[in-house]
Design a protein around this ligand. Structure first.
Ligand code: AR6
Length: 167
C-alpha cells in the first residue's frame, strides 16, 4: 500500500472512494460533509436516508453519484471532549472500519479527510498520528488496498502528514 498526503479539495479526487467525516444522522451538514453532498448531488442524500444513520466509530458505503469518486465511505468521528472520553480509540475505529468497508467492496484507492479535526475539535497532530498508525497497521494485516491518500485542506495539515509519513 502506498500512503501519500496531498493538499486538495477531496470532492475533486478521482479515486475509488473518498471518506466523508459525517455525523450520526448521515444526512449532511457543514464542513467536508456539506462539500461532499453539494458535489455529489441529491442522489447521495437519498441513499444516505435509506441507511438510517451510523454509530460513532463505524462506517457505511454509498455510491459517489455526481462525484469523480465511485464511492463514498461515511464515517462518524468522535467529538473532542478533552481526550479522556475514548476519543482516540473511536477515531482509530473510524479509520479501521473505513478500510474494512473499502476492502470488502474491492476498493483499491481511497482518500481520507482529517476526520474529527474540524468542528469536532480533535487536535490535528494527534489525529494525524492515529490516522497514519491505524492505516499502517491495517496494511500489515490485510494488504488489499493499493493507495491511501490523506487529503489535507490546509498547508499546515499537509506539513504534519508529510512529516509523519517520512518518519
Ligand atoms: N476537502 C478536504 N477536506 C476538507 C474539505 C474539503 N472540501 N472541507 C473541509 N475539510 P469537518 P469533523 C477538512 O468539520 O470535525 C459536519 O457538519 C477540514 O478542514 O468537516 O469530523 C458533519 O456533518 C478538517 O480538516 O469534520 C458533522 O456534523 C476536516 O475536513 C461534523 O461536521 C474535517 O472537518 C463533523 O466534524
Amino acid at each position: 500500500m502506498r500512503l501519500v498526503a496531498v493538499h486538495a479539495d477531496i470532492t475533486t479526487l478521482q479515486v475509488d472512494a473518498i471518506v466523508n467525516a459525517a455525523n450520526t444522522s448521515l444526512l449532511g451538514d457543514g464542513g467536508v460533509d456539506g462539500a461532499i453532498h453539494r458535489a455529489a448531488g441529491p442522489g447521495l442524500l437519498a441513499e444516505c436516508h435509506a441507511l438510517g444513520g451510523c454509530d460513532v466509530g463505524d462506517a457505511r458505503l454509498t455510491g459517489g453519484h455526481a462525484l469523480p469518486a465511485r464511492h463514498v465511505i461515511h464515517t462518524v468521528g468522535p467529538v473532542w471532549h478533552g481526550g479522556d472520553a475514548g476519543e482516540s480509540e473511536l477515531l482509530a475505529s473510524c479509520y479501521r472500519r473505513s478500510l474494512e468497508v473499502a476492502a470488502q467492496a474491492g476498493i483499491r484507492s481511497l482518500a481520507f479527510p482529517g476526520i474529527s479535526t474540524g468542528v469536532y475539535g480533535f487536535p490535528v497532530e494527534a489525529a494525524a498520528r492515529i490516522a497514519v498508525d491505524t492505516v499502517r497497521e491495517f496494511d500489515a494485516a490485510t494488504p488489499h488496498i493499493e493507495r491511501v491518500i490523506f487529503c489535507c485542506f490546509s498547508h499546515e495539515d499537509l506539513a504534519i502528514y508529510r512529516r509523519l509519513l517520512d518518519g
